[in-house]
Design a protein around this ligand. Structure first.
Ligand SMILES: Nc1ncnc2c1ncn2[C@@H]1O[C@H](COP(=O)(O)OP(=O)(O)OP(=O)(O)O)[C@@H](O)[C@H]1O
Ligand SMILES: Cc1ncsc1CCO
Ligand SMILES: [Mg+2]
Length: 265
């Protein structure tokens, strides 16, 4: 592995471009995540669209700067929308993020996620059990910190899938195989609000629209989310008040605050 890190100024620069350019992000996401995802994108500076009608999706994706595909609550309409969306994004060279939610729970979903991963999403954003299921490396338990073996399997999966892999958790790990970074920080209350990972995947798509290097884009997104979660967590009384404070922080954190709380190694 080549020594590699990302400067806090690169994070600050990516956030500034997101806020200035307001990229359009089309999101095919799950029923639990729709509102939080749209609000996170708006607060951060991007412009969300959320339709899952397969007849409309090609036009929405054609006009978007990035796409999110999230498998959280799959129904026949979403499945058809996903196939239509990926075809348009691939044809247009539009960056897209795959979030293979709960692939460890269902072999049917795992097979679908493998088929979508074969279409080479720009980034695959997932948690530890989801990565373990995709790589078939065991470790399907939901608890526990990532190990060196988990990181090695993330590297190998990035190389074989030709996608950048962003595994979130207590410490996030972003890898394209040859280059990898860890993003620390954030707040544990994030895990008590549903769809924070889903919304983070959508925001990552927004960062891909303003930063060509997928490792930098994913890490900048995660550092920004961590900084906002830290701010929100310090002020929140619990998960209920964390959620609006997190959205406020995404909207209001200054470049100085973002740079100061960025912990990438
Ligand atoms: N223990 C933790 N401490 C601090 N931050 C965390 C912790 N666990 C996760 N996070 C952060 O929470 C965000 C969401 O990641 P997480 O791994 O919880 O996603 P997820 O499991 O896909 O969530 P969901 O499916 O509910 O959307 C990331 O920014 C991650 O860094
Ligand atoms: C709770 C839940 N169930 C399917 S998707 C989702 C949101 C978190 O992934
Ligand atoms: Mg998830």
């Amino acid at each position: 592995m080549t020594a590699f890190t990302i400067d806090p100024n690169d994070v600050v620069g990516a956030v500034a471009r997101l806020r200035a350019r307001r990229p359009r992000v089309h999101c095919i996401t799950n029923a639990a995540a729709v509102t939080l995802t749209a609000n996170v994108l708006l607060a951060a500076g991007a412009v969300p669209s959320m339709t899952v009608n397969p007849e409309e999706v090609p036009d929405f994706v054609a006009g978007a700067d990035a796409l999110l595909v999230n498998l959280g609550t799959l129904d026949p309409q979403r499945q058809a929308a996903i196939d239509a969306a990926v075809e348009v994004a691939t044809e247009a060279g539009t960056p897209w993020v795959l979030d293979p939610v709960f692939v460890e729970r269902s072999p049917v979903r795992l097979a679908l996620a493998r088929r979508l991963a074969a279409a080479e999403p720009t980034v695959i954003r997932l948690n530890r059990p989801e990565l373990a299921a995709l790589t078939g490396t065991g470790g399907h338990e939901t608890a526990g910190d990532a190990t060196a073996a988990d990181d090695a399997s993330a590297d190998a999966y990035a190389l074989s899938s030709l996608s950048t892999v962003a595994r979130t958790g207590d410490v996030d790990y972003v890898t394209e195989g040859g280059r990898a970074v860890r993003v620390a920080g954030g707040h544990p209350l994030t895990t008590l609000v549903t769809a924070t990972g889903c919304a983070t995947g959508a925001l990552m798509a927004g960062f891909l629209a303003v930063e060509h290097d997928a490792v930098v884009a994913a890490a900048a997104c995660l550092a920004f989310v961590s900084a906002a979660a830290e701010r929100a967590g310090a002020e929140a009384a619990g998960p209920g008040t964390f959620s609006p404070l997190f959205i406020d922080a995404l909207n209001r954190l200054s470049p100085e605050d973002i740079g100061a709380s960025t912990r990438i190694s």
